[in-house]
Design a binder for this molecule. Structure first.
Ligand SMILES: [Zn+2]
Length: 127
């Protein structure tokens, strides 16, 4: 886990699929798990990304950073929504490759924008 403190530098790599990789994205190997914690370290919510569910909050931040076609729920935003307005202190994202080893789950610009807007202090992700 690499820890970042906000404000986040914006050199984040987009998780947006390049053209032709939609089929690959639909396989389970790109599933990312996000977890939100409060200040005391209690788990508030955990959620996966979805390739079928949409939400206005996802659409809002996708538009805001110029990726309006990224309408399906990302794990981070899904987890944030599950917190139902409770203050989130830390968010973690994790992804594992076919061998079960940690893989890059750095939040994309859309989720970074949401994380920043919500004032979440700590972002951690597998690399
Ligand atoms: Zn995202």
């Amino acid at each position: 886990m690499q820890q970042l403190n906000l404000p986040i530098n914006l050199e984040f790599v987009s998780l947006r699929p390049s053209s032709g990789s939609n089929k690959e994205m639909a396989t389970k190997k790109y599933h990312i798990l996000a977890k939100c914690y409060d200040k005391k370290g209690n788990l508030l919510a955990a959620a996966f990304n979805s390739y079928t569910k949409t939400h206005p909050l996802q659409a809002y931040f996708a538009r805001k950073v110029g990726h309006p076609h990224c309408e399906y729920l990302h794990a981070e935003i899904h987890a944030i929504l599950k917190c139902r307005g409770k203050p989130i202190h830390r968010i973690t994202t994790e992804r594992y490759d076919a061998r079960g080893l940690p893989a890059n789950a750095q939040p994309c610009p859309i989720c970074q924008e949401a994380i920043k807007a919500l004032g979440i202090k700590i972002v951690e992700y597998t690399k």
